[in-house]
Every structure is written in C-alpha cells, then in structure tokens.
Design a protein around this ligand. Sequence first.
Ligand SMILES: [Zn+2]
Length: 420
Amino acid sequence: MKAVLDHIGIAVEDIDKALAFYKDALGLDVEAPEEVPTERVRARSVPVGGPVLELLEATAPDSAIATYISKRGPGIHHVTLRVEDLRAALAQLTDRGVRLVNSEPRPGAGGSLVAFIHPSAAQGVLVELKQRADLDVRLDVKRLTFGDLQLTVLHDGPFRLDGGAMFGVVPRPLWEKLTPPDERNRVQLAMRPLLVEASWGRMIVDCGAGDKMAAKQVDIYGLDRTCALDQALADAGLTSESIDFALATHLHFDHFGGATMVADGVLRPRFSRARYLIRDAEWEDATHPHERNRASYLQEDFVPLKAMGVVDFFSDDSVIKPGVRVERTGGHTGQHQIVYIESGGRTGVFVVDLIPTTAHLQDPWVMAYDLFPMDTLAFKKRFIREAIEREYLIFFEHDPKVAAGYIREKNGKRFVEQVL
Ligand SMILES: [Zn+2]
C-alpha cells in the first residue's frame, strides 16, 4: 500500500496556551479551529510543509485525548498516514493479523474517513489511517423566485479539470486548501446551466457538455453522466421539449456541448422546439479554431444548429429578452459573455468563466485556460467591486457546492454568503 504522512496529532490541555508556543513563539501560521464531534475534540492545524501538526484539545471528559492526557500528560498522541482506499488498507492489515482499534472506517474531520491501528502493532505508536473526503458531489436542482422571473439552477453533472489550469499562476499550496485535487491533479467542478422562466417563455442559459463525448474524454474530464441535464430537467418537471430559447455564453464544450445530440446516428438539436441564441463573433471564433482553443471548440456541438436553421445570431451587448441581458467580458474567450438577470429591482449575474467557482474570488486567481488573462483581470476587478457594492446575486456555473450567493468583503477578505 502507498501511504504519505498527513499529520501528527498532539494532545494539548489548552489550545490557546499551545498556540503561545506554536503560533507566537515559533511564528507559524495556524488554520481556523475545527470541531470533530465524533472524537469529542477541538483541533487547530499548523501547516509545516506538506504534513501538518494537529493540536487537539478534548471537549468532553470521555474523549480519547482527555484519557491520554490524564495518563501521560500532553504530547504526541498519534501519527496519521493518508491512503487512497481505507477499506482496502484495513482488509490488507486484517489479512496480516495486525491488531486494529477500528476495523471499519469512521468519519473524521472535513468529511474524511479514518481508522486507528493499535499501538501494540506499531512499536508503541498510535497510527491513524485516513482517506480524504470523497470529492464526488451530489448536484440538486435549486429554485428561486426573482422578481417576475422564476430561476432554476439546473446541472449537467459534475466534471473535473486540471487543478493547475483552473488556477493559472496561483501555486498549488494556495489553491489545494480550497479545492483539494484528486490523485490525477484534477479538481471537482460542476456544470450548472441556468433556466429562466418568464411570461415570454423558458430560456436555458448554457446547457452543459451533453452526451457525445468518447469514452477517453469522459474519463479525462471525469464526467458522471448518471446525473446529467435530462435528470435535472425531469427533477424540475420539464423535458428538453420544454425549452423555448437556448442562450450560449460561449461555445466551449462544457457550456454548449449539450446543445446537440446524436439520435439514430444523426446529429440534431437537443432542444427540439428551441431557438438557439448565439453571439455572431463567438460563432466566428468557434468555427475558426486555432491550436490553443481547438480542444474546447468541438464543431459537432454547434455547426449542426446553423445547418438546421435554428440559430438566431446577435451582435452586441443587449437585452436578449425582458430581464435577460448579456455583456461581453472577453478574457476567457475573445467574446465570452456574462448574463445579467434583472427583475423586481434585483440583479443576479451568471458569471460563467469570469469567476468559475467560489475559490476564484481573488482578482489574480484567473484560469490558465483564458486566452486573454489580462482582459479577465481588468474586467473582474471592476466587476467584483460592483457586485459587492450593489449586492448582485452571483450564479457560479462551475462551483460543485455553491450554486449562488452574495460576494462579501470583511477586513479585506472576500467570501461568499451562500443562497443556493
Ligand atoms: Zn467553463
């Protein structure tokens, strides 16, 4: 089995007193406090390179930490090794007759799974095995009344992209704390098209990746087609036939791949009754790809639409339908747009790849995928200030956990107050 040192657990009587040494005297950074109710401990993590020192204070007299301290006083309590598959590791140890404290995984901090090996089997050291939190997410349809409009956050399932590419010039030690990567360095993302229902009809803004990908791409992008757009539409009481308009923010496969489908070996529009609304200059770029963007613009996603006569092109920033307005940001692609939803005095903004997830709130956290990152930066700096001041409700198309929320700023730190 492969295992890496995750952390060293240190039993302390009083975390605040322990911090006088680790934080103040040594000058180390300390992470926010965390409670693990199942273990009846309070923890503070102190990063020291890869592994961390975990300061543990008992929150109840029957906690293992309290028992340890009453017998031996404060000190090193356990060493934690991280494994890929905890169940497999426990089975292997059981086969070899190793004495375990826990023969079954139990819930640990931050959604992880843990199990202890008995110290008698490990030269007097209490060894904890840990498996990271499962990165897979359950996506749900979320609804919201917004002035005269009904908004529904749909989804086309989760997918994964390279963590380095998602965070551009930001070093991994900074982004991996917010978005832990899997063993292939990919981070968990989602595709969340937005459905707008109004008196003029139903519009879907973007429509996910669809089902045309080859098995190799499905594997590379970690697509899970068991909870895709058809399921989300069904959960909302709708079908593909319910859609009157499909608006493209840009024509990358993870945004508009779902616009077409294969039926009886033939490519055809996925939404049989819909008009497809596409910015003409984006169409030009998508149908004339170059080496840098060819892997993102898959011609079968959109070329058949024009051939079938179902596309309505538009040229400029404009109100597409009452309450739905587009604005070109550039940056990610030359014609990348965000979508303003305006009704009843409120403003919501579908920010697409300008701020793909809640981990991208800091101005320079710009994706390496962007063709014109300085344009992204310039637009984003201005936009986020405005979004905070005017309290725009932000829809995050790629965030696996937060579909929508308000960007707030306190003491120079940005965060999202989740709404959906
Ligand atoms: Zn995207």
